[in-house]
Design a protein around this ligand. Structure first.
Ligand SMILES: Cc1cc2nc3c(=O)[nH]c(=O)nc-3n(C[C@H](O)[C@H](O)[C@H](O)COP(=O)(O)O)c2cc1C
Length: 368
């Protein structure tokens, strides 16, 4: 069994390894007639690109995406999707495989080295091969197309915690997210994180983080009972991102501490004649189906495993040894996970939009 594909009507298959010649993806099921240019996808990729600040890996990958198929000019010369499979391609240009020669037989703690070896008996040790987060570049590129399917839906993400340091939610300002190297919506927290992460990096250590992803203007009705729940698919998609160890929807784990009267979102009729929820503890999903409120998902990212500190491990022959990972690594991988979280939200919502249309057509309930 191989699992390089996800989605139902909108299906993404990715391929490639960290230190191979290229990475790529095929996105199948995209409706025809959607205008799309490589530059639009590039904007999203540029936010995930390594080497943009001292707080991310210094690997220099331009991550230039090419669209190889599935698009053609319409009558006015605009490039649009044709409804056929869309192939995306990015060259790997800055891999330094020699960084990994010394450790090819050793299992790096916190990485997939041990499990890949035990499962397959062969592995591309250079930069983690297929387990490398290089693969997430393709998710971001494909997510750019998914966003276009979700016309009118706004998907944004922010870093809300680095190590033990959280933002002050009263300071939340979306316009700040692209003003600092952390995608942080709280400018005061971003300033504090600079010093904190400098210290972490200089001590040869790393830090974890929490990312919050918010989708606004999501239509009511996306998701399905019983095994096609929207929150279930979102949790699976976020958990599939490298280094993610926890996912929550809405109030998530904090809901366990709430009383029922504080958690269940009350409903009134708004002045516009439409139902209006008085709160959003549910994170925009009830019974696995979107309510029309913001869909809110958070995920926790573990601290980078490859650190400039010698660690104990074993090699593939069972010898106890020590390991020191050279390579170039993100001191806090949660930073570059922010655009990846947005992409996964877009891919899941777009898949569910197409599934919703396929099953219900225009037939939906109405209140008011
Ligand atoms: C955007 C991104 C960049 C990453 N970069 C690194 C890195 O430079 N060094 C590292 O040790 N882990 C990095 N990771 C995490 C590893 O890929 C991941 O921990 C490893 O493959 C093991 O998988 P798991 O943590 O999901 O179990 C990164 C993750 C993401 C999302």
């Amino acid at each position: 069994m191989s699992h390089n594909t996800f989605g139902h009507l909108l299906r993404l298959t990715t391929w490639g390894e960290s230190h191979g010649p290229a990475i790529g993806a095929v996105l199948d099921g995209c409706p025809p007639g959607i205008p799309i240019e490589a530059q639009e996808l590039q904007q999203h990729l540029d936010r995930r690109r390594p080497g943009q600040s001292r707080h991310t890996t210094q690997r220099r990958e331009p991550d230039e995406v090419r669209i190889l198929s599935g698009v053609f000019e319409n009558d006015t010369g605009q490039q649009i999707t044709t409804g056929t499979s869309i192939a995306l391609h990015i060259d790997n240009v800055d891999h330094r495989s020699k960084d990994y020669g010394d450790i090819k037989d050793k299992f790096r703690p916190g990485h997939a080295d041990y499990t890949y070896w035990q499962k397959y008996g062969v592995r591309d040790y250079r930069g983690g091969g297929r387990s490398s987060a290089r693969e997430t570049a393709m998710r971001v590129a494909a997510g750019g197309i998914a966003r276009k399917i979700l016309d009118g839906v706004t998907i944004r993400a922010a870093l809300i915690q680095v190590g033990p340091n959280t933002i002050n939610r009263d300071n939340w300002d979306w316009s700040e997210v692209d003003n600092n190297p952390f995608f942080c919506p709280d400018p005061e927290a971003a300033t504090a994180w600079e010093g904190y992460l400098d210290g972490v990096r200089k001590s040869g250590s790393s830090a974890g983080a929490i990312v919050e992803v918010v989708a606004e203007n999501v239509p009511v009705g996306l998701g399905a009972p019983v095994y096609g729940k929207l929150d279930q698919d979102l949790a699976s998609a976020m958990m599939s991102i490298n280094a993610v160890k926890g996912v929550e929807v809405g109030d998530g784990f904090a809901a366990a501490a709430l009383a029922g009267e504080n958690n269940a979102d009350e409903i009134r009729m708004g002045n516009d004649g439409q139902p209006r929820f008085l709160s959003n503890h549910a994170g925009g999903v009830l019974g696995g189906i979107s309510t029309g409120q913001d869909v809110v998902v958070r995920f926790a990212v573990k601290p980078t495993s490859s650190i400039l500190t010698t660690r104990q491990t074993i090699d593939r022959h069972g010898n106890e040894t020590e390991i020191f990972t050279k390579g170039r690594h993100d001191p806090c991988v949660g930073i570059r996970a922010v655009p990846v979280g947005e992409a996964m939200m877009a891919l899941v919502l777009a898949d569910h939009l197409l599934r919703h249309r396929a099953q219900t057509g225009t037939k939906t309930g109405a209140t008011g």
